[in-house]
Design a protein around this ligand. Structure first.
Ligand code: ADP
Ligand code: MG
Length: 710
């Protein structure tokens, strides 16, 4: 049984510091110093056999000699002494050991053995572990600094409502310090390191429940339990708390098979991002962006709808802002007639619209106009976000202050940027006095705006479980399927059973039989070699299109067999497939794969031979609803083409949506047997005329195969 819970670890009544000293050159010395300096109000037990007191606190020769077992002990002792120290702490009844020491699983075989010894101690005694290889905790609202980093060399720990959970310790302290510079504080920051016991999800779950935490930022490299993380994200959404995540490790780890495009396009990062989006979490790219966005989301918790209202002292800066926000997919707000009428009293008509150029004042000498204009803009009902870019202007500091006051009064996030260098120092000070956050570079503001707008859009979409289409076979009806790679015909049988339209085809064992079968299929036909050894048939000449007679088919089949025998003699030819020629307007890929962390995912994109080059695909956890499948299609760069841009006919997107939904259910029903499955291409006809799968590829596995987490 664990002795303490996460709440007790973040709010300990007593703390022991192993290796405590007065020397700030040592880990134990710095930890001790910061713990005392930042005013921790509980008991402090320095552990040091050579000292009678440290930093004004009575020291103890061993943890067993301390007057009572502390809730938390922090250890920065050398790796080879660590297991002994942790064992002593555990046996003395310590609730949780925060282990700063390095030299564990990240450091080879010897380290791995030490790490498993730690796990044993925790399991045997019930003491909890944070780390090793972490930087500890910073809990400003509890005046608790359990960390040796120089960033704690400050007057005070800035408190706030943001929780930060970071796998990396160095990143945690850097984020903490940068945020402090920005005037942004945290409720608690935790670094997890190797996560031998307590892991990221333990703290995220806690912060979702903790009434004082209003937004959660996470830096994650690898998850121990994908499903648990997904549940955390869903809980954060239900609690109305923004969850912002940075995920590294965009590698191909976890991709079991590279036999399909889906396997390489739906890598572990892409799947993580898709699952995050599905649960309303935003994946950010930069830690400072993440924290700044969290700052705005905490200040303005009301859901928003609408676009961005831009105000600048420069027509040029306003123009850049317009271009960039539209590239980032954030709409410009359409100001109401009432707002425009009021703006026209202050500004010349061309400037009295979004974006507003403050240079176009009717009375150029009127200083007050800056504040009034800002207020009118921020109050417009279609403005969900304010974006202010100030270059320089007469009465720079005074006008900046007025705009800052309007930003403070607005019940929506306003991102202010002061672009000049030293010339903006006085205006910056004016904003700091107002406690109005500002940016120094407009690009930083654009990225934060994009995060806010994505967050709001994700949270506005309802979280609904998809309904199973009534005409699908029962989930358990798939029956026995052999493991390994499937032939095109085997995949198409599965697809057809799930209601996906497939090209009419006949299979034939010999070239002559293929010729005869072609007459029954109807000319012109497509001929393909059947072999589970071939991954991409066109690459080896195993697809022939437009064959118009039985003779042509038989001849082509003989040529195909001969070419395969000479160029790829190990290929086992199982016969030939003769298919109707499907005419259409576009080739789409619909794929599915089972991710070892998150289970089945479905992917849709522009198919054909360009798929891996253009990478114009979108994915989501399977199964998906029709609405989600349509969102995926609409998110493709090629979406306008599918909708009929530039004189092209609109395509049957309903049929594509239907195929995506059905493939997603097939993937879900295949369960642990699925490795990957792919339709490439699904040939799409004009609106109302359907879509047909002409190629299928798939790999299944023995469902008992051990799965490894990434
Ligand atoms: P592979 O992907 O293994 O190279 P495909 O079966 O996808 O082989 O065939 C290659 C291409 O030939 C397809 O992308 C499609 O353009 C075309 N094609 C294949 N089958 C048909 C068919 N039945 N009707 C029309 N075109 C087809
Ligand atoms: Mg293909």
């Amino acid at each position: 049984m664990p002795r303490v819970d996460v709440d007790r670890i973040l709010h300990p009544r007593s703390v022991a510091v192993f290796g405590a000293s007065d020397s700030k050159d040592k880990f134990g010395g710095r930890i001790m110093h910061f713990l005392v300096h930042h005013g921790f109000a509980g008991e402090i037990y320095p552990i040091n056999p050579r000292r009678s007191d440290v930093a004004g606190h009575k020291a103890y020769p061993s943890i067993a000699a301390a007057p009572a077992p502390p809730d938390v002990a922090i250890l920065a002792v050398p790796a080879d002494a660590l297991v002994t120290s942790v064992t002593e702490a555990a046996e003395a009844g310590v609730g949780c050991c925060v282990i700063i020491s390095t030299g564990f699983a990240e450091a080879g075989d010897e380290g791995r053995a030490r790490q498993s010894a730690l796990v044993d101690v925790a399991g045997r005694t019930g003491t909890r572990l944070v780390g090793p290889n972490c930087m500890g905790l910073i809990v400003p609202h509890h005046h608790l600094a359990l960390c040796s980093s120089v960033v704690l060399d400050t007057d005070r720990l800035r408190d706030g409502a943001i929780g930060l959970v970071s796998q990396s310790g160095a990143l945690m302290v850097s984020i903490f310090d940068r945020a402090a510079e920005d005037g942004i504080g945290f409720r608690h920051c935790v670094s997890l390191g190797n996560q031998v016991d307590l892991e990221i999800c333990d703290f995220v779950e806690y912060m979702v429940e903790d009434p004082g935490t209003e937004a959660i930022c996470v830096y994650v490299e690898g998850l121990l339990d994908g499903e648990r993380f997904r549940r955390c994200a869903a809980a954060a959404r239900r609690a109305g708390k923004p969850l912002l995540i940075i995920k590294t490790g965009r590698t191909a780890a976890g991709v079991v098979s590279a036999r399909s495009h889906t396997a390489s396009l739906a890598g572990s990062f892409e799947v993580f991002a898709a699952v995050g989006r599905e649960e309303g979490a935003v994946i950010a790219r930069d830690p400072d962006d993440m924290v700044r966005a969290a700052h705005f989301l905490v200040r303005h918790r009301r859901p928003r709808r609408g676009g961005v209202g831009i105000l600048s002292s420069s027509g040029g800066a306003a123009g850049i802002a317009c271009d960039r926000v539209s590239e980032l997919g954030v709409p410009l707000a359409k100001l109401s007639p009432a707002t425009r009428t009021q703006l026209e009293e202050l500004l010349l008509p061309p400037q009295a619209m979004n974006p507003i150029d403050l240079g176009g004042r009717k009375k150029p000498e009127d200083v007050e106009i800056a504040g009034e204009t800002a207020r009118l803009l921020f109050d417009d009902p279609d403005v969900a976000y304010g974006l202010v870019i100030l270059t320089s202007m007469p009465f720079f500091a005074r006008r900046t202050k007025m705009i800052g006051e309007a930003a403070q009064a607005a019940d929506k996030p306003v991102m202010m940027t002061l672009t000049p260098g030293a010339a903006a120092n006085a205006p910056r000070q004016a904003l700091r006095d107002l406690r109005q956050f500002y940016f120094d570079r407009s690009e930083d503001a654009f990225r934060v705006l994009a995060i806010l707008s994505e967050h709001d859009a994700l949270r506005a979409a309802p979280a609904a479980a998809p309904a199973r289409p009534p005409d699908l076979p029962a989930a358990g009806a798939l029956g026995a399927l052999s493991a390994g790679s499937l032939t095109e015909a085997e995949v198409k049988r599965l697809l057809a059973a799930y209601g996906v339209k497939v090209a009419r085809e006949a299979t034939a064992p010999t070239p002559e039989a293929a010729g005869e079968a072609a007459a029954r299929v109807g000319f012109p036909v497509v001929l393909k070699a059947i072999s589970r050894d071939i991954v991409h048939k066109s690459d080896v000449g195993a697809v022939r299109l437009g064959l118009a007679s039985s003779d042509a088919v038989a001849t082509a089949a003989r040529e195909m067999a001969a070419a395969l025998a000479s160029e790829a003699p190990e290929t086992r030819l199982e016969g030939f497939s003769v298919q109707e020629t499907v005419a259409g307007e576009a080739e789409i890929i619909v794929g599915a794969r089972r991710d070892p962390q998150f289970g089945p995912v479905v992917l849709v994109g522009l198919g054909g031979i360009a798929v891996e080059i253009l990478k114009d695909v979108a994915l989501a956890p399977a199964p998906v609803s029709s609405a989600r499948a349509r969102d995926l299609l609409d998110s493709l760069a090629a979406a306008p083409l599918l909708h009929g841009a530039r004189g092209r006919p609109p395509l049957d997107l309903d049929a594509v949506v239907d195929a995506v939904v059905r493939v997603s259910w097939l993937a879900a029903d295949l369960g642990a047997r699925l490795v990957d499955l792919e339709v490439n291409p699904l040939i799409v006809r004009r609106a109302g005329q359907g879509a047909v799968a002409v190629d299928g590829r798939g790999t299944l596995t023995d469902s008992h195969t051990e799965e490894h987490s990434t």
